[in-house]
Structures are given as C-alpha cells and as structure tokens.
Write a protein that binds this ligand. Sequence first.
Ligand code: ADP
Ligand code: MG
Ligand code: MG
Ligand code: MG
Ligand code: MG
Length: 431
Amino acid sequence: MVKDENVEFICLMFTDINGIIKNVEVPVSQLDKVLANKITFDGSSIDGFTRIEESDMLLHPDLSTWLIFPWGEEHGKVARLICDIYRTDGTPFEGDPRVNLKRIIKKMHDMGYTHFNIGPEPEFFLFNIDEHGNPTLHLNDDGSYFDFSPVDLGVNVRKDIVLGLEKMGFEVEASHHEVAPGQQEIDFKYQDAISAADSIETFKLVVKTIAKEHGLYATFMPKPVQGINGSGMHINMSLFNGDDNIFDDANDMLSPTAKKFMSGLLKHARALTAVNNPTVNSYKRLVPGYEAPTYIAWSSKNRSPLIRVPAAKGKSKRIEMRSVDPTTNPYLAIACILDAGLDGIASDYDLMPEVKDNIYEMSEEKRREEGIVDLPSTLHNSLKALRKDEYVQQSLGKGLTNSFFAAKNAEWARYQQTVSQWERDTYMSQY
Ligand code: ADP
Ligand code: MG
Ligand code: MG
Ligand code: MG
Ligand code: MG
C-alpha cells in the first residue's frame, strides 16, 4: 500500500493521559523498522508516562488502524498507524491508555462476551478565526437544532468533514446542526471498544483539520460559551456475544444482564465522572437547563437522567450514558465504563427504579424519596469521588491512577487560584 499509494510519511500515533494525540512521524524509508516494532521514543516528557530513568519506550503499531490522511498530499501522502506502547523489555506498558483498555477487554472476554460496542455522539463548536488565525468567540452561525442551510453555515464544513471521514473508512450515520448556534453533531456507527476509541481520536483530528481548511476553528471544549448548550459525547453501549446483543430481550426493555450492567454504572457513577468529565470546564456543561445530566438516575422515557434506555430493539438495543464529554480520553472512559458494568454483572447491586418524570422539575424532597443523588458538581468533587472508589481506580490501574490524580489535582489547584472577572464584578464594589 505504501508503494501503490506513494505514501511518503507514516505517523505513529498514541495518546497521552489527557487523550491528546501524540505522534512520531517517520519517512517511509523507516518502514521495516516500524513493522518490526523497533521505533523508540522518549516517554519521559509525555503526560502520564514514565519516569526519567525508564524513558525509552517502543511503538507497536496496530496494522488494522492503517489509513491515509485525505489532506496535505502536496507535501507527500501521509499515512497513520495507531500504536500500543511497550517497554524496551518487550512488555506492554500499562500506563498507555490503549494498553489499559485491552486489559479490561480481556476481562470481558474471560466473562464470556466478545464485543463491547460503542456508538459515540461527539458534539463540537465551530468558531470564526481572526486575521492572525486565532479562534474568536464569534460563532459561525445562528442555527439551531436540525436547522438546514442557509441558516446553517456549518453545512458545507460538515459535508466536507463527513466526506473526509468516509474516505478514511468511517461509517457516518448522521450529521446535524445541534441546539446551540455554531454547534454540530456527527454520529458514526458503533464499533468494538478499541476501534471506537481509535475512531473518536481520529474524528477529533479530522474535524479540526477540515474546519481549519474552511477558515474555522473547531473545538471540543464542553462549554465554550455560557448561556447556551455545551458539547457532550453521549456514549451508546451494548455487550455482544458474536452477533447476539446481550442487552436485548424480546419481552422486556432490557435483558437481566443489561440491568445488572447498568446497576454497575450507577454504582460507580460519581467516580466515573472524574474520568468522563476530566476538565474544570466539563462541569460548566453539567448544569440544569441545558440538556446535560446532573443527577444519577436512569430512564426509558426522558432524556434528563444520566442513563437513557432508547426504545430500539434487536441489534440496536443499547444504553446511553449522557454525561460523557469529548474532553475525556476515550480509552480511559470506555475502560472504566466497561469495567463498572462488568462489576454490576458480577455483583448483586440493587437497581434503582426507572425515573419516569423530568428530574429537573422534581422537588428536592421527591428526589430524595426516589434515591436520586446528584453527579459531582466540580472537578474537585469528582476527584474526591474517584479517590473513594477503589474499584474504578483499579480500572485505571495504579500508574494511570497516580498520573491522573497528579495531573488533575494540579489542574484544579491552578483553577482555584485563579481570580476571575466574575468575582471582581460581583464583589469589588459590594465589599
Ligand atoms: P440519539 O437519539 O441519542 O441522538 P443518535 O441516533 O444520534 O442517538 O446516535 C446513536 C448512536 O448509537 C449511533 O452511534 C449508533 O451507531 C449507536 N448504536 C446503535 N446501536 C448500538 C448498539 N447496539 N450498541 C452501541 N451503540 C449503538
Ligand atoms: Mg444524537
Ligand atoms: Mg439521533
Ligand atoms: Mg446531540
Ligand atoms: Mg444521544
């Protein structure tokens, strides 16, 4: 393929703990070395990776992730391979989020399931850029939910993004303008866990690159503008055995296994929030009034709770976790979600009854009666919840847990020490 397509460079990609794509680009002259898993890099300066004294790491490319980028061909075609990180002694490095996800998938296989199917619904904003190429706070359009052009200026960009994704092998199911001005959603078909996480990472890269070609800036920041909806990334999920959807049940909304899986998600929901919503800004989206969940509950009837069970049947039977946002590292999020669900299957947690009313309209008293607890309201609170949940820490593994806390505690401290304009506006003249 390198020869047939005249590929000149190969990007060897992996992610750091924050889900940021890292990349070692090699000319095709290095192909033999790439295929022999012999490309090394210095892991010591990558967030969440190793200590200085064991900094050399090996890239093991996953050949099934081969694709050629549909842009930048004028400087030579560039292909990419997503890699697992190994130590120089030949063992997989469990601080690599992709390696860690494989560990949890192995556990799933051992419990008798073949696939954890994930269908993500990533949302993003398109902003205009200024004359220096920097993003402005100017939204690209004033469209709203499912609007069509000419109001929806995003439509051409979105078309090009979808075409780009299809060229790269994505099966795009739908794309539409979201509720907020300048906000878009593109949904692609569910895939098994590793491929889904790979696709989410690739998706963000494609969206940003093609938006830039249109003179726009795409961001997956959850709440770039106050007063309008934020961007989430709902995670639709189901366990399969071969072609059989284990979550489906001919006579019930969900199979008994699916209910147990969901009981695990609810049990660990507070700690999962730290991983699924890992930025200070994530919590500006998780507020009432903007279609994002703020309470731990499930429903088949409405979209206000954390977990929704869509009415679909058969292969499409799934549960949808609505809190997740696109700042999450998808390998970490999917690993922790899957492992929490497996805990539900292996344990005997009570499943709270379905919530049929709109939680936002319930009184606090009614919520208490129904046992509805709220999601952590800040990064600080979700980190505390993760600290208390040893099971979810185990889903990350020791190294990733330590790096995660180190990075996120520092992030929270920086935020907390920041005095904002809001505070000056509110307090300076008052006191
Ligand atoms: P919503 O109604 O929440 O807006 P969408 O139609 O936008 O949902 O997206 C649904 C997502 O669920 C798609 O990515 C789709 O491929 C995915 N999906 C469908 N069936 C399954 C399944 N069995 N397991 C996991 N994901 C699924
Ligand atoms: Mg959707
Ligand atoms: Mg839809
Ligand atoms: Mg949406
Ligand atoms: Mg959804």
